[in-house]
Design a protein around this ligand. Structure first.
Ligand code: NAP
Length: 281
């Protein structure tokens, strides 16, 4: 039976440590502050923003939310708001909650967020820095996964590590973070042939595809570390990951549950990035 990596408990520990750092900053007259922009009324996005607000409260980070109309907001209005927040010295971190409506260009918006306030790590400047190993804001989900490895003393060096999923927010930054720890990284995606053959060779398997219970035990090597990034809602309304947890748990050495695994760590690492931004001030 695998050790279950408790993301909830670990996130709590991260937040407690950050609260100490936040108090230190406040004693020096710096009040860390996060601005979140939400465009439209996507139900999941609203929940994610609420969780971020709650985490900010716990750490002591000021939180301000800008809710824009999903239909009427123009690209110019969105860009002008970001520019205004870039200029505002009281704001240390800016986060644009995705997805945003199709008529808006999210890439231009990410490019506009000042790299110094880009706590999600999506500005191409920060993406580039991550690629060449410079200090930067690492996007929150990959950062949370790396923190889990660190806290559970799971060494990546020399390991065969397979990532399923190549999105800009999860899969691609994970390539860099895992490579920097000297793992031998393979990335799979929807066009990969013989997926199970590749994944079953992995010492460490990270899954981020958005397909409920897609990874079954025959795709996993005995004793592998399995990290499940996926968040999927079943027809019954239950939240499940991309991994068939009940069966894979019996074969893995470590496994993350969903919920209570990578999700809470993502929010905790956002807090980490806001404190970092405020400290760089
Ligand atoms: P995404 O942008 O939709 O990307 C999905 C990736 O999975 C793509 O690279 C896609 O391949 C690949 N893929 C899809 N079906 C596949 C299949 N059958 N076999 C192999 N690869 C397949 O998704 P994302 O934003 O990375 O999110 C992935 C999942 O993680 C979602 O469930 C999301 O909700 C969750 N998530 C969780 C957190 C968290 O905090 N826990 C944060 C972010 C995302 P192609 O590139 O070839 O299309």
């Amino acid at each position: 039976m695998a050790v279950i990596i408790d993301g909830k408990q670990l996130a709590q520990k991260v937040r407690s440590n950050l609260k100490i750092k936040c108090d230190e900053l406040k004693s020096k007259g710096i009040n860390p502050k996060l601005a979140v922009i939400l465009v439209g009324d996507d139900k999941s996005s609203k929940i994610y923003v609420k969780n971020k607000n709650k985490a900010c409260e716990e750490v002591g980070i000021d939180f301000v939310e800008y809710i824009l109309d999903g239909e009427k907001t123009t690209q110019e209005e969105l860009i002008n708001l970001i520019k205004k927040l870039n200029e505002d010295k009281s704001i240390h971190g800016i986060l644009l909650q995705s997805p945003i409506p199709d008529h808006l260009d999210i890439n231009e918006a990410f490019r506009t967020i000042s790299p110094d306030k880009d706590v999600d790590g999506f500005n191409p400047v920060n993406v580039g820095k991550l690629c060449i190993g410079q200090d930067t804001f690492i996007s929150c989900t990959p950062h949370g996964v790396m923190k889990m490895f660190e806290e559970y003393n799971i060494k990546l060096e020399g390991k065969r590590l397979v990532i399923i999923g190549r999105s800009n927010i999860v899969g691609k930054p994970l390539i860099q973070t895992c490579l920097s720890k000297n793992a031998t990284v393979t990335v799979c995606h929807s066009k990969t042939k013989n997926l199970a053959e590749i994944t079953s060779q992995a010492d460490i398997l990270i899954v981020a595809i958005g397909r409920a219970k897609f990874v079954t035990e025959n795709m996993v090597k005995q004793g592998a570390v399995v990290i499940d990034v996926g968040i999927n809602r079943t027809q019954e309304g239950k939240v499940v990951g991309d991994v068939d947890f009940e069966n894979v748990e019996k074969k893995a050495s470590y496994i993350t549950p969903v919920p209570g695994g990578v999700g809470p760590m993502t929010v905790a690492m956002l807090m980490n990035n806001v404190i970092k931004a405020a400290s760089n001030n």
